[in-house]
Write a protein that binds this ligand. Structure first.
Ligand SMILES: [Zn+2]
Ligand SMILES: [Zn+2]
Length: 400
């Protein structure tokens, strides 16, 4: 009899992984408030006989699994937070926490992470290397990864490789995106405050109208992507919120708007920010408005190390031979794992989870988001196989 593969073992745990995911789905918690989730993580890891550190950056949890053979340290990261969304899936396991929903699949990530912990811990005697599992709070734009790095998760032991996955509902179950190089965007928030001079709606000549000024700024901003950036590069500039005025006959004195900038290439990012500032400042001046402009960086681009990505693909082909692997996959979504991958060579990969026939195909952050739970098995098997393959082959020879 041959030894069970990580797929066989993940299938053995499937019912319990699904039950855990549904329990987490019913009890979603926002970033830095994942107390119940963290307690479940700690309990599960402790039951495996692992030494567990909790309370990292509020609610983060870490555990180390030492293999019986020497090898590099592989960090495996799973995010835990939910979103401020009113769930509309109608699922039996829908959120019981009103206004909070696991609409990105991080409930699945925690369930996968605990299955991975168990599968690696069971076999630790025969495994090469060291596996550092990190359960991260507040991935959804709140800086959880930065806080965990500040708290020292990249030390003691210092990881040689870093892996993370995302359940991905924009692709069907049976697909995986394991790309070389940049695969998720750098993201910034911009905030613009225009100050004109309020006045009567019928006497515009006595006022300085920030609404007309903002309209011109918004139009001019469209030329950054269409005229300034190289058409072969990727960039997004989206104004997503405008606030000004209260009624029909008053020109307001002030206007606030914000939105997001996404880019892959660092040079394009610098170009966008420079053009953005020029357009905003000069158009505001032309409109007679004072302007305050602020950029807030959320995260750099997620960049996969090609050799690490190739190792993950090799592991995927061996543990899940039927998987369709896309190696050119990219999305303009952002992800704070980028901060870890900027310091530790790694691979961030997507595991397809949509099922059109079952209606499980709403996008991430949609109130009806839900996924094909078979992805939990694929995710756990792939993560285990990738981590062990990395430790065994040590493609960058960091440990030696
Ligand atoms: Zn999300
Ligand atoms: Zn997410």
């Amino acid at each position: 009899m041959t030894a069970p593969t990580f797929l066989d073992s993940a299938i053995r745990l499937e019912q319990q992984t699904i039950a855990l995911r549904r329990d987490l789905h019913q009890h979603p918690e926002l970033g830095f408030q994942e107390h119940r989730t963290a307690r479940i993580v700690v309990d599960n890891l402790t039951m495996l006989g692992l030494e567990v550190t909790s309370g990292i950056a509020e609610t983060g949890v870490a555990a180390v699994i030492e293999g019986g053979k020497p090898g590099p340290v592989v960090l495996l990261r799973f995010d835990m937070d939910a979103l401020p969304i009113v769930e509309q899936t109608g699922a039996a396991y829908a959120s019981q926490n009103p206004g909070v929903m696991h609409a990105c699949g991080h409930d699945g990530h925690v369930a996968v992470g605990l299955a991975v912990a168990r599968l690696l811990a069971e076999r630790r005697a025969e495994l090469p290397g060291v596996y550092k599992l990190i359960f991260q709070p507040a991935e959804e734009g709140q800086g959880g990864a930065a806080r965990m790095i500040e708290a020292g998760i990249l030390e003691n032991p210092k990881p040689d490789y870093a892996l993370a996955l995302h359940i991905w509902n924009d692709r069907p179950f049976g697909w995986a995106g394991i790309s070389d190089g940049p695969m998720m965007a750098a993201a910034e928030i911009f905030e613009i405050e225009l100050t004109g001079k309020g006045g009567h709606g019928a006497l515009p000549h006595t006022a300085v109208d920030p609404i007309v000024c903002a309209a011109q700024i918004i139009n001019a901003l469209q030329t950054i992507v269409s005229r300034s950036a190289n058409p072969l590069e990727t960039a997004v500039v989206s104004v997503t919120e405008i606030k000004a005025g209260d009624t029909y006959n008053v020109i307001p004195g002030r206007l606030f708007m914000q939105g997001t900038i996404r880019s892959i290439d660092a040079g394009i990012r610098d170009l966008i920010l420079r053009r953005f500032e020029e357009i905003v400042r000069h158009t505001a001046a032309a409109g007679g408005c004072r302007v305050e402009l602020k950029f807030i960086s959320i995260s750099p681009a997620v960049v996969n190390h090609p050799q690490v990505a190739e190792t993950v693909r090799a592991a995927a082909r061996s543990v899940l031979p039927d998987l369709t692997i896309e190696r050119e996959f990219r999305t303009m979504g952002a992800e704070d794992m980028a901060l870890v991958n900027a310091l530790v060579p790694g691979c961030y990969f997507m595991v397809g989870s949509a099922n059109d026939e079952k209606g499980l195909n709403f996008g991430h952050h949609h109130p009806r988001f839900d996924f094909d739970e078979r992805v939990l098995v694929n995710g756990a098997a792939l993560m285990c196989a990738a981590a062990v393959e990395l430790a065994a082959s040590d493609p960058l020879r960091k440990a030696g």
